[in-house]
Design a binder for this molecule. Structure first.
Ligand code: HEM
Ligand code: HEM
Length: 184
């Protein structure tokens, strides 16, 4: 049986995952940034942290589905074709984004594990901790790398989104349209 491969758009699964995960990322960052408006130890602050852990964990699960969807479908060509340097650069930025979507949740999980505090998520779910000896220094070290990785991620996402808009509005190619739901 042959499956129809739409050559003008990414697969519906890839498009759905791309935009869903963009929303989850913004929400995960917003939850952890807005926690600071509440005092330490307050229920609201703890809730926002829990939401951050849950959204971050969802990203970690979905990124594997996304990589699978990517492996099972072909990337639609950009027309007119990009200069080689732009194609190479965007390729590296995209792989850096995938790397961060895997690494940031793992680093966050390492922070919690090194803190040795069992985490109860919403709906009574428990987050299993990785087998690490609890140490404040180790936790702070992982936290530092987690936050630095997130800062690098902000820059990459800004660059990536700006590039998509420049391609659409100034270079008038189909880079962005390929990632939008469309006909045929
Ligand atoms: C792609 C997913 C993730 C992103 C983009 C992300 C981003 C961030 C950012 C920006 C901060 C720093 C906030 C600040 O400046 O204080 C932070 C803190 C933190 N994140 Fe994440 N994170 C992600 C996933 C996770 C996951 C899955 C976990 C744990 C399961 C986690 C655990 C933590 C912890 C423990 C902190 C420190 C919170 C505190 O200050 O008490 N993160 N994260
Ligand atoms: C408004 C925000 C965004 C816009 C306009 C946008 C647009 C696009 C477009 C047009 C593509 C296709 C690029 C190409 O094939 O060369 C793409 C791919 C991609 N985007 Fe975004 N994006 C946005 C946000 C994000 C975010 C937040 C992430 C995750 C951190 C992300 C991760 C990716 C990845 C990994 C790919 C590669 C897809 C593949 O495997 O081929 N994007 N995006």
């Amino acid at each position: 049986m042959t499956t129809h491969q739409n050559t003008r758009h990414f697969s519906p699964g890839s498009i759905t995952l791309h935009w869903l995960m963009a929303v989850l990322l913004v929400a995960a960052v917003a939850a952890i940034e807005f926690k600071d408006i509440y005092p330490k130890g307050s229920a609201e602050r703890e809730w926002l942290k829990t939401v951050h852990f849950m959204l971050g964990t969802s990203i970690f699960i979905l990124v594997w589905l996304r990589l699978l969807a990517r492996a099972l479908s072909t990337t639609p060509p950009i027309t007119p074709a990009l200069p080689a340097w732009q194609a190479t650069f965007s390729h590296w930025v995209q792989w850096a984004l995938y790397a961060l979507m895997v690494a940031l949740p793992v680093l966050g999980w390492l922070v919690l594990s090194a803190s040795g505090k069992p985490v109860t998520l919403l709906w009574g779910l428990h987050m299993p901790l990785l087998p690490l000896t609890a140490s404040r220094d180790t936790a702070l070290w992982f936290k530092e790398i987690h936050e630095t990785g997130a800062t690098v991620g902000y820059g990459l996402v800004a660059l990536h989104s700006a590039a998509a808009l420049v391609h659409h509005y100034f270079q008038h190619d189909n880079t962005l349209l390929r990632m939008l739901p469309g006909r045929g």
